[in-house]
Design a binder for this molecule. Structure first.
Ligand SMILES: NC(=O)c1ccc[n+]([C@@H]2O[C@H](COP(=O)([O-])OP(=O)(O)OC[C@H]3O[C@@H](n4cnc5c(N)ncnc54)[C@H](OP(=O)(O)O)[C@@H]3O)[C@@H](O)[C@H]2O)c1
Length: 249
């Protein structure tokens, strides 16, 4: 089902037909595991040259070598590091065609009064500012050549409130505001933005405390496939909600 837009001005730009990925250069943040890793796998499979980035992660170099991708350690909360990642990619591969803002942080469900505000601040730094930094770094390379694709991994938690999850929902909802504005703002610069809203996925995001219905969650490989399918669709959705059940947001 298509996302309902309250008014015309909020609609994302009409996504143009995505070019083939073979030979394209892609950066993915938070790529050492979970959805980021599955997206990297798919991009490589389709012939893209991929820079897999993550915050100092033991696994990153191993999985990147396994896929034949480039590993690059960078913290998305550090804007300078994101600009360096974009510059490194351009220097190494000669272009930067796709940037996936995927890195994310969650916190175990708890009542608002018991939330660690330090953790909420960190979540906003990663889930909101991580995307802002990534987008600005990508635009620095993409805008001058008037082409590029930015994919933002949000969450259905951006679309609704969830008891016990106010901090995470707030961080994703704020990021959604940025991402929708980004899509509209760069539409005339030849840059296409895809905002993705997956439902729960079975990943290590929940290592500290798995939600009760975790076993019903989506396989991140399935979500990655759906994102790829949307990218190559005749009419890709600029705003793409990926559900695990028949739920409406
Ligand atoms: N899993 C779900 O149910 C679900 C649902 C909807 C949306 N999402 C979103 O999907 C995206 C991918 O999540 P996932 O489920 O695949 O989680 P994941 O398995 O935890 O992967 C996220 C990756 O991001 C990295 N990361 C965290 N902070 C970072 C930072 N400051 N800089 C760079 N990398 C950082 C993590 O590294 P560390 O291990 O070192 O933290 C981890 O490798 C996130 O944006 C998440 O919010 C997830």
């Amino acid at each position: 089902m298509a996302t309902q837009w309250p008014n015309k001005s909020e609609r994302p730009q009409k996504a143009r037909k995505t070019q083939q990925l073979a030979g394209k250069v892609a950066v993915i943040t938070g790529a050492s595991r979970g959805l980021g890793l599955e997206l990297a796998r798919e991009f490589v499979r389709q012939g893209a040259r991929v820079v897999m980035s993550d915050i100092a992660h033991d696994e990153l170099h191993r999985v990147a070598a396994e896929l034949g991708a480039q590993a690059y350690i960078a913290d998305v909360t550090n804007e300078q590091a994101m600009f360096e990642l974009a510059a490194f990619t351009k220097r190494t591969f000669g272009s930067l065609d796709l940037w996936v803002n995927n890195a994310g942080l969650w916190m175990p469900h708890c009542p608002i009064e018991q939330m660690s505000l330090d953790r909420v601040h960190r979540m906003v730094e990663v889930n909101l500012f991580g995307i802002i930094h990534g987008a600005r770094a990508a635009l620095a390379v993409m805008k001058p050549v008037r082409t590029g694709i930015i994919i933002n991994i949000l969450s259905t938690s951006a679309l609704i409130g969830r008891p016990g999850s106010s901090g995470y929902c707030a961080s994703k909802c704020a990021a959604m505001g940025f991402c929708k504005s980004l899509a509209l703002e760069v539409a005339d610069d030849g840059i296409v933005v895809y905002n993705i809203y997956p439902e729960g996925m079975q990943t290590k995001l929940f290592d500290e405390q798995r939600p009760q219905d975790y076993t019903d969650y989506l396989d991140p490989r399935v979500v990655a496939m759906k994102i790829m399918k949307n990218l190559s669709a005749k009419k890709p959705k600029g705003e793409f909600v990926i559900r695990r059940a028949k739920q409406k947001y």
